[in-house]
Design a protein around this ligand. Structure first.
Ligand SMILES: *[C@@H]1O[C@H](CO)[C@@H](O)[C@H](O)[C@H]1NC(C)=O
Ligand SMILES: *[C@@H]1O[C@H](CO)[C@@H](O)[C@H](O)[C@H]1NC(C)=O
Ligand SMILES: *[C@@H]1O[C@H](CO)[C@@H](O)[C@H](O)[C@H]1NC(C)=O
Ligand SMILES: *[C@@H]1O[C@H](CO)[C@@H](O)[C@H](O)[C@H]1NC(C)=O
Ligand SMILES: *[C@@H]1O[C@H](CO)[C@@H](O)[C@H](O)[C@H]1NC(C)=O
Ligand SMILES: *[C@@H]1O[C@H](CO)[C@@H](O)[C@H](O)[C@H]1NC(C)=O
Ligand SMILES: *[C@@H]1O[C@H](CO)[C@@H](O)[C@H](O)[C@H]1NC(C)=O
Ligand SMILES: *[C@@H]1O[C@H](CO)[C@@H](O)[C@H](O)[C@H]1NC(C)=O
Ligand SMILES: *[C@@H]1O[C@H](CO)[C@@H](O)[C@H](O)[C@H]1NC(C)=O
Ligand SMILES: *[C@@H]1O[C@H](CO)[C@@H](O)[C@H](O)[C@H]1NC(C)=O
Ligand SMILES: *[C@@H]1O[C@H](CO)[C@@H](O)[C@H](O)[C@H]1NC(C)=O
Length: 387
């Protein structure tokens, strides 16, 4: 039984004292408390990020549709208890519990529920009413979770054929930083990053485009609306000047308890250059049947007795852009976290460019003004009548 557990404790260096407030200690366990090694149908990953007076639990499960569950508790001593019988049966809530239960401040689950495909005959990049039959991600055959600290890789293929795959890579962080590949999202220790890519899938039409359906399940504060923020800075995500945030609808000035954040862009190559960027759009979050989401996802079933769910689609591509068949690759990245979403400060580069852009003309104007004045004075002097 101990063989099924892999513990990787990551202690954080004291040198980074200035960041001390946002540093966490990560504890990663695969299939906690499982008696068979490993469970037959899928894996459960538990990451405990322990702060001074609170704990963030990240749970990632491949039993059914891939799901990321985030639980924020108000003590550094909270633990997660898994009942594998119940978790695998998937017909009862209670398979996953947090102890003490009263310490839970906030929780949200993100379910990657379906992959949708349509034939964009008229190249409008708008999903028509008739799509191809959807791929239910709960029916994919998923690989074992591949844990290469501190990222976790999960790939799956539709059971009907074996060419191509949909992969998810989860990253958890001890400290603030930025993703290594575009869109280079800014992350904090309170967030995790999920990259989703679609590699080598055989499209069902030459002009196929794809949509990814996500469900957000919450307790008191379900994620129910998406805000788009503009930014003038594209230093880290070239040509993208927006960031989208899926957050709860809150009254007044309450702090945001949790979020999903992304830049509206996907990439058509694994090692993307600027030409491989393709915009993506999201549909408005709509209330979903909690029962249906619960049936698809082991974590939702196990943790929520009365799940409240909102779902949305992310669609990839614009009218006139290459279809999926051109590269047979698409990658999209999002951040899932607790607390307020990280915001890019305007970078030094942009500040200096603004300074140069506004400053140089200003200096020229001033110089010009001085010159004109000087010449005018000279002229006035020259024409002074001689009496
Ligand atoms: C992370 O969350 C904790 C507790 O909510 C908060 O004290 C801390 O400032 C947050 N860190 C960052 C980097 O947002
Ligand atoms: C954690 O709680 C202790 C005792 O309540 C308090 O002294 C300390 O300042 C808290 N730390 C943070 C980072 O909030
Ligand atoms: C797990 O759940 C099953 C079914 O509800 C129950 O019979 C069993 O005792 C539980 N196991 C533990 C360790 O709590
Ligand atoms: C859940 O499923 C298991 C095995 O499929 C079955 O033995 C059990 O009776 C079911 N429990 C409920 C409450 O439906
Ligand atoms: C955590 O929150 C619960 C419920 O809100 C409260 O009963 C408990 O005292 C809190 N614990 C701490 C350590 O603040
Ligand atoms: C494509 O355009 C043709 C002609 O305008 C139209 O008849 C047809 O319904 C369109 N197909 C779709 C799927 O929109
Ligand atoms: C696990 O991931 C690592 C790095 O991402 C990769 O090199 C390795 O081949 C993977 N292992 C399996 C069994 O997929
Ligand atoms: C899968 O790929 C192989 C080699 O690339 C090819 O021979 C085969 O026809 C493909 N299968 C399907 C179902 O397209
Ligand atoms: C994809 O494009 C290639 C050429 O780029 C073409 O030969 C192939 O038939 C296309 N595949 C589908 C499914 O349309
Ligand atoms: C917002 O306020 C309304 C009415 O005041 C209340 O019914 C609702 O529960 C509140 N929602 C939240 C999330 O606090
Ligand atoms: C996603 O798009 C499909 C096809 O248009 C639609 O049937 C489904 O309801 C959408 N899902 C959500 C959550 O809006």
């Amino acid at each position: 039984m101990a063989a099924a557990e892999r513990q990787i404790g990551c202690r954080v260096s004291l040198i980074l004292l200035s960041f001390a407030a946002s540093l966490l200690q990560l504890n990663i366990v695969l299939n906690p408390g499982s008696s068979s090694s490993p469970p037959a149908d899928g894996d459960l990953l538990h990451v405990r990020a322990v702060g001074d007076n609170d704990t963030l639990h990240f749970l990632f499960c491949s039993l059914g549709a891939p799901t990321l569950l985030l639980i924020h508790t108000n003590t550094s001593l909270s633990t997660v208890k898994v009942n594998w019988t119940q978790l695998i049966d998937r017909n009862n809530s209670g398979g996953l519990e947090v102890e003490p239960k009263s310490s839970i401040l906030y929780s949200t689950a993100i379910v990657f529920s379906r992959l949708l495909e349509y034939d964009d005959v008229n190249d409008t990049a708008r999903p028509p009413s008739e799509l191809f039959p959807p791929y239910e991600l709960q029916d994919f055959s998923w690989s074992r979770l591949n844990l290469s600290d501190p990222t976790i890789l999960l790939c799956g293929t539709p059971r009907t054929f074996t060419n191509g795959s949909l992969c998810l890579r989860l990253s958890v962080f001890e400290t603030e930083g930025r993703g290594e590949t575009w869109p280079r999202l800014l992350h904090t220790a309170n967030s995790s990053q999920v990259e989703v890519w679609l590699d080598g899938m055989l499209p069902r039409a030459i002009r196929s485009r794809f949509l990814l359906e996500l469900q957000a399940v919450g307790g008191a504060y379900p994620l129910s609306r998406v805000e788009a923020h503009r930014t003038i800075d594209d230093e880290f995500t070239p040509s993208i000047f927006k960031v989208s945030q899926w957050v709860p609808a809150l009254n007044g000035s309450s702090d945001i308890p949790g979020f999903v954040q992304w830049k509206p862009v996907a990439y058509r190559q694994p090692h993307a250059v600027l030409e491989d960027a393709t915009p993506c759009h999201h549909s408005d979050p709509l209330p979903q049947s909690g029962e249906k989401v619960s049936a698809a996802s082991c974590l939702v079933r196990a943790f929520y007795s009365e799940p409240e769910a909102f779902g949305l689609n992310i669609s990839f591509g614009l009218a006139g852009e290459p279809f999926y068949n051109s590269t047979r690759f698409l990658r999209w990245t999002a951040l899932v976290g607790s607390g307020t979403p990280p915001i890019d400060a305007i970078s030094l580069l942009v500040v200096s460019m603004l300074a140069v852009g506004l400053g140089v003309p200003m200096v020229l104007l001033l110089l010009g003004g001085v010159c004109v004045c000087a010449r005018k004075r000279a002229a006035t002097t020259a024409y002074e009548p001689i009496n």
